[in-house]
Design a protein around this ligand. Structure first.
Ligand code: GDP
Length: 531
């Protein structure tokens, strides 16, 4: 096998999605520990301790101790080269979180066993489904009181609309947690219940063995026997093809904090998930093993160094090999360029990369030429990857400058920041920028906007929150569509985005249904593919 093929085949690029506090950071740390990329826990994010976070470049991040944009971590485990795309949670949730998922080949969904499917997981899951990527489920915190495992699986199936296959099955939970039964290897991995700071040494026991019977109470042993019978009887075959197409989620139970079940999960996940996937482009599907380099920009991080006002464009390599210093073609700019200061995150450190392969993420210095969704490629390939969709914001506010004399800087600032994809801006149809409505996915985006307008453009703003929570793009052909004739509830508003596409702002899902019921031909979309 050629080196290129081998390198790409060993790559696994995935995102971890979860609701805040489900255990994403803890599990990521365990992965890095197994891969030897870090030596101690507590090093991944600075949010809960004094160590500086991996991605605290921006001033606002330092002040608040959180990461504004998602970071990418690369490490090795066995023969694999793993890229983990971090999706921020809490108040730093933003559109970037969604866009990051466009760069992943699969997703690991971490669920708190006492809580089940939560709001943020649901949102991120939707994006994964849109792309049909494999989704693996890790049901975490089994060392605490957990909900009934059957109920948890049913909830995932009903709420998220994906089939589940339990790869292992828990024996009790909380103080009664005794381990898991591995259905593929037909053995019990026994939990030793160690102090949270120590690693567990898992014992592997055959079902039916005396040792296992000794470890479990009679009730637990019988429950396990019944569960095994029930699961086998349910007859759901493990179907790898369905997994790879995002139709079936393999489910694992464990406890990230006590290190239980994380490494077995990682091992199975790495074999079940895919190496970098082919991607659609305007000239057809591009094979990752194609020797010609290609990549698309999925994130732009502005102002990492205030003194230089520089930006870093993060790109996902889709095919071939990136070599430092080699010329590439920037499709949208229409010219050959050299990617400057290409860098990668290796757990703790950023380092300059000399080469990188399909599946990898690199950040390059951006003198202001890139937009989200842009393609760069080998001049001999010249393809354009389909754009990254625009995701519907959920928080809206009108903003204006405090000092009317600063109108020009204000308009320039919000327009540029919107072009970078850090916020979305809307206005009354056919009126230009008289009133600017800003839409965001997470509250922190408003704060970033305020901070950047003040620091980079010298403009203070006044922000008034609006009651809208839902946005839908109008998909009807604008030629023969008159928005003025739409029948809408009085609290629904028609606006335009900066590409002049019409859309509707709603205060509740009920109003969306109302609009669809009263306007026969109206077609609405939750994502805009026109970027
Ligand atoms: P994130 O917000 O999803 O990144 O969650 P964290 O990894 O920061 O975990 C949130 C809290 O849950 C922390 O206090 C962790 O120590 C704790 N936690 C994570 N995994 C487990 C687990 O398996 N068992 C228990 N008991 N606590 C856990």
């Amino acid at each position: 096998m050629s080196d290129l093929r081998q390198e790409i085949q060993n790559r696994r690029t995935f995102a971890i999605i979860s609701h805040p506090d489900a255990g994403k950071t803890t599990i990521t740390e365990k992965f890095l520990l197994y891969g030897g990329a870090i030596q101690e826990a507590g090093m991944v994010k600075g949010k809960k301790n004094s160590r500086h976070a991996v991605s605290d470049w921006m001033e606002i991040e330092k002040q608040r101790g959180i990461s504004v944009t998602s970071s990418v971590l690369q490490f090795h485990y066995d023969q694999y080269c793993i890229n983990i795309l971090d999706t921020p949670g809490h108040q730093d949730f933003s559109e970037d979180t969604y866009r990051t998922l466009m760069a992943a080949d699969s997703a690991v969904m971490v669920i708190d066993a006492s809580k089940g499917v939560e709001a943020q997981t649901r949102k991120l899951f939707k994006v994964c489904v849109m792309r049909d990527i494999p989704i693996f489920t890790f049901i975490n915190k089994m060392d605490r009181e957990a909900r009934d495992p059957y109920e948890l699986l049913e909830e995932i199936e009903n709420e998220l609309g994906i089939g589940t296959y339990a790869v292992n099955w828990p024996i009790g939970s909380g103080k009664e947690f005794r381990g898991v039964y591995d259905r593929m290897d037909n053995e019990v991995i026994a939990f030793e219940g160690v102090d949270a700071r120590h690693e567990v040494t898992a014992t592997h026991l055959q079902f039916g063995s005396d040792e296992l019977k000794e470890r479990l109470s009679e009730v637990q042993y019988q429950t396990l026997a019944d569960d095994i019978e029930l699961l086998e009887g349910a007859g759901d075959e493990f179907d790898l093809d369905a997994v790879r197409h995002g139709k079936l989620s393999p489910v694992f139970f464990g406890s990230a904090l006590t290190n239980f079940g994380v490494e077995p999960f990682l091992k199975k996940f790495l074999t079940m998930t895919t190496s970098p996937l082919p991607r659609n482009s305007d000239i057809g599907v591009i094979d990752p093993f194609d020797e010609r380099f290609s990549a698309f920009v999925f994130k732009i991080q502005a102002n990492m160094n205030k003194a230089h006002r520089d930006r870093i464009a993060f790109m996902r390599i889709c095919s071939g090999k990136f070599e430092r210093g080699k010329e590439v073609f920037h499709i949208q700019g229409g010219k050959k360029i050299q990617l400057a200061q290409p860098q990668q995150l290796m757990a703790q450190d950023r380092s300059i990369v000399d080469e990188a392969y399909a599946g990898d993420i690199i950040g390059v210095f951006d003198p202001g030429i890139f937009s989200i969704g842009d393609t760069v490629c080998d001049p001999k390939l010249k393809c354009t990857y389909s754009g990254i969709p625009t995701f519907a914001p959920e928080l809206f506010a009108t903003v204006r400058q405090k000092d009317t004399l600063k109108r020009k800087q204000f308009v320039k600032g919000v327009t540029q920041i919107a072009q970078e994809g850090a916020i979305q801006i809307f206005h009354e149809p056919n009126t230009g920028m008289e009133e600017v409505i800003v839409g965001v996915v997470g509250q922190l985006q408003f704060e970033v906007l305020e901070y950047r307008l003040k620091n980079e453009y010298g403009v203070d703003i006044i922000r008034d929150m609006l009651p809208y929570e839902h946005l839908r793009w109008i998909e009807n052909d604008e030629e023969d569509f008159d928005y003025k004739k739409l029948m809408l509830t009085s609290d629904t508003r028609v606006v335009q985005d900066f590409r002049d596409h019409l859309l509707l702002l709603f205060t509740s899902p009920w109003n969306i249904t109302w609009a669809l019921d009263h306007n026969e031909n109206l077609r609405l979309a939750e994502f805009s593919q026109n970027s």
